[in-house]
Design a protein around this ligand. Structure first.
Ligand code: PHE
Length: 330
């Protein structure tokens, strides 16, 4: 009984000093475990007298009831405390500003192309696609640029072999479309074109958009109206435009079209245009006495440079994200 009283007394004291779960588990084990002090004492009960046994048993039960619950309660309390501390340390301040993901945006050329296409579509033109690798018939001959003609020199061409080139303009798409479609038609073609040329305002690959309208009596004023409306929509402003006589093998008469910038009063050349040459109609089996048409072609890169105030065409192709990020997010 003395030993039991000592255990009771010791437990009473240690209970107050236990601070961690490990300490509690250890203390519990050292008394109630298989090799614990109380378990050892209980083994000696066999030797005790019959009157003492119930008293001893009572005391053991008392000790168990008093401390086992207390130990478990203490362990649960500490576990909860630990969990609370962990949750506090992992807590997220939902009011902190977030990190913005980098948004992609349209490339300025793509943006300009989109705007030009939608301006033309609102004037009744529809988009037609064509190949980038072109044969010399569609790129030159059918457009009234015969093999020996000096105007071939106007296009510094990348030849793939004697008969195939990287298209030097998107006019080849017009030939393909006219060969498949009887008049009337009002079409657009747009995309990359290639010429061996490279400096601040020329890139060996640039983008063109061309329009073609063929009908029974298409007139020059219709061309002028169309270009006026197109440029007004694209530049979102009222500019004066002027036609200067020029030469293209596939149009007659031919013009360079200039636009006047209000701020500086400066005239800038923005596109080429003209009435479709009779020989072009012949090469697509249209009767030139029956139909007439106008065509225009513009450099998308050049128009984007003018609209966004970009001075070097190469900025479009250097993939500097500081430049590209200026674009409107998709
Ligand atoms: N295809 C011409 C070029 O690339 C542009 C153009 C098209 C000019 C239509 C006049 C008419 O130079």
């Amino acid at each position: 009984m003395d030993q039991l009283n000592t255990i009771d007394h010791d437990l009473n004291e240690t209970m107050t000093t236990l601070a961690t779960i490990e300490e509690i588990v250890q203390a519990k084990e050292s008394v109630f475990g298989k090799k614990g002090s109380l378990t050892q004492i209980m083994k000696q009960f066999r030797d005790a007298s019959t009157e003492d046994r119930p008293l001893l048993g009572q005391k053991v039960n008392q000790i168990k009831a008093k401390y086992l619950n207390a130990f478990d309660h203490q362990i649960r309390r500490l576990e909860k405390q630990q969990l609370d501390e962990q949750l506090m340390s992992e807590s997220v301040d939902i009011f902190l500003p977030g990190t913005r993901p980098l948004m992609g945006g349209l490339h300025p050329i793509r943006q300009a192309e989109k705007d030009l296409i939608s301006a033309c579509e609102s004037l009744g033109f529809s988009m037609v696609k064509g190949p980038i690798i072109e044969d010399t018939f569609h790129n030159f001959e059918a457009l009234n640029i015969p093999d020996t003609h000096p105007s071939r020199d106007m296009h510094d061409t990348f030849y793939l072999n004697n008969h195939h080139v990287l298209r030097t303009h998107t006019s080849s798409v017009q030939i393909r479309h006219m060969l498949k479609t009887p008049p009337p038609l009002k079409m657009l073609s747009s995309g990359p074109v290639f010429r061996c040329d490279s400096d601040r305002t020329h890139s060996p690959m640039f983008h063109q958009m061309e329009g073609l309208y063929v009908n029974h009596k298409v007139t020059l004023p219709e061309l002028k109206y169309t270009l006026d409306a197109l440029l007004k929509t694209f530049f979102e402003d009222d500019h004066l435009i002027r036609f200067r006589s020029s030469y293209f093998p596939f149009t007659e008469p031919s013009f360079e079209v200039d636009i006047q910038f209000k701020k500086t009063g400066e005239w800038m050349e923005v596109l080429g245009a003209g009435m479709v040459h009779r020989n072009v109609f012949r090469s697509v089996n249209y009767n030139p006495d029956d139909v007439s048409g106008f065509a225009f072609g513009l450099g998308i890169d050049r128009l984007a440079m003018l609209k966004y105030g970009i001075e070097d065409i190469r900025a479009f192709y250097e993939n500097d994200t500081r430049f590209l990020r200026q674009g409107a997010p998709c």
